[in-house]
Design a binder for this molecule. Sequence first.
Ligand SMILES: [Zn+2]
Length: 405
Amino acid sequence: MAVSTPSSNLFQVPRFCPNPKCTHHQEIDNKTCDWFVKRGFFPTQIRGKVQRFLCKACGIGFSSQTFHISYLSHSDVDYEQISTLQRSCAGVRQICRAMGITNRVYMNSVHRLARNNLALFDLALADWQIKENAAMDGFESFVVSQYSPTNVHLMAGSKSQFPYYMDLVVMNRKGRMTVKQELHRDMLQRHWSASTTGIVDSCRILFAEVLPMLSRYTPGEPWILYTDEKREYVTAMKQVREFKKKLADKSVLHIRINSKIDRNLQNRLFAVNYLDREIRTTSAGHVRETTRHDREVHMSECRMMIWMGHHGFFKKFRIEEKAGGIEDLTHAEVAGVLEVPGVKEAKQELFTHRHLHSHRKSQLSWITKVWQRETKNPKYVDFETGKCKDKGQLGNGELARHLLA
Ligand SMILES: [Zn+2]
């Protein structure tokens, strides 16, 4: 496998000034090279000589390393290998052992990879017009413990099975429980509980944000959204006035499918059933009845993004011997999103370049939520004592600013 070690040669001509306030910050402004000057080198142990630059407009200094995915990291990690192991059902410790890296380096790399995948989806979907019907479903898993189940909302193209949307919602545990389990649930809820309207809130945002992607659809040729019979979808649709209007004039149809019917190719929820199965079989954190599960929401979201990036942009449509047909294309090619200007380049730079939040093209809030780590973690409660310590709660540590910006 090609090792994506930093190559300073890649960034000998900087595309933009890293200062968000500078007039040369947006790439579009920087077609010429006269906005910066080269300012010598500095030596590093693992990367050799690194070129320094100076922006003539704002006077800020930076280096070729500023644009690399490993910016401010002292480890050279093969990001492509992390992505491969991640979807091969390897657990965190297995990945660390196989790659000879520590847990901290692994987590840091996952954040970097996730933001690059987010940037790829951001660019692809910023002005996107959906060209196919879609199916939507909630993928069920959990973080921290089974007392904090998660529902990951996924919307995928019916034809392409390209994932257009992902939002993780943490919920409270419901359903049948033993007396002891109820006791544990109550202990947790004394310290922490999830929003009871989480699913409706998440769906409402999805329906509002999918609207601009549907302008080609008319009452004669409607866009069809297939979901299961969960009541929350209907509630959320009613809360988005424009979406409700489209349902009324029949330029959008909502078709509910019983989730008990066979999960085969003919099932109109196939696209999301397929994602569900793929996540379940390739991600260690979501395998049924496993000792491995996600310990905190941000890593869970980041890993889901890396999975989505691979599924959408790299995985072949079907693993078939015959070449040249639709089977040979990626899901992004079938959906058409690879034709969006800049997306092919962003895909090529997935494992090497550093993408910035300030360069985002879309306003999609599910992308902001993951990138800026807005989801709140459930608390870890010691069920022996019923106590919940402030110290040692997972996922609440500070993340370096350069990983959020
Ligand atoms: Zn500048």
